[in-house]
Design a protein. Sequence first.
Length: 250
Amino acid sequence: MDQDKNAAVLIISDLHANWEALEAVAADAEGRYQRIFCLGDLVGYGADPNRVVEWARAHTAAIVRGNHDKACTGLDSTEGYNPVARISTEWTSRQLTVENFDYLQRLPRGPLPVEGFGPSFDLAHGSPLDEDQYLIAPEDAAPLRAYLETRLTFIGHTHVQGGFLLARGGTRQIDPAGTLELEPDHFYLINPGSVGQPRDEDPRAAYVIYTPEARTIEYRRVRYDVETAARKILGAGLPRALAARLFEGV
Ligand code: ZN
C-alpha cells in the first residue's frame, strides 16, 4: 500500500499545561500520524507548563500562539482575564524556564499555512482573522467565508470540539461524532477541542487526526488521569476551580 495515501497529521490545541492529558493523547494517537501541528495555548491553568512546553518543542512541526502563551510571556495584558485566569497566568510566568519562556514568546501568530500534506491548510488559535476571537456560533463563523484563503482551517480557543462547515447555502456547526468526510465545495473551520481543559461537558482530552488523501477528519476523545492533573493544580496552590472543572469538562 502506498504510504503517502495514508499520511495523516495530528492536530492538537489548548494543552494548558496538563501533562496527564497530553500523555494520554500522545499514547492514543501513536503510530497514526506523521506530523503534529498545534493551535496554541500550551500553558495557563495547568500545573506542568515546563514539561508541556518541552514536549511541544521536541515533537511538533508547527505551532501558532494562543492568548495564554502571550499573556504568560508578557505579550498581552491580563486585563480582560477573570481572577482565576490572572492568578494562573502570574504563576505560570514565574514557573517557566528562560528557554521555555523565550520559545513561547516567539511563537508565530496565526493563521499559519501548512504545505506538503495535500492541499495547503491553515492553523489558527481563534479566528483566522483575529487570533483572540472566539468562534462559538455559526453566526460568528459565517462572515469569514469571504476571507478564507484555504478550504481548511484548524481553529482552537473555545475548547469545544467540532467546528463549522461554511457552504454556499449557509453555515452550520459540525457534530464531532466519529469521522467527517470533507467535501470539496465547502470551507471548513475544524476545532479539535482542547487537550488539557475541555469545555464541552466531556472531560476526556480531545484531538483530531486529519488524513489529506482520504479527506477525512477523525474526532477523537481519550480518558486521562484527571485525578493526578487536579491534585497537581491544588498542590501548586492554584485556584481550586481549575482542578474542579477538569472533572466536569466545563
Ligand atoms: Zn485555551
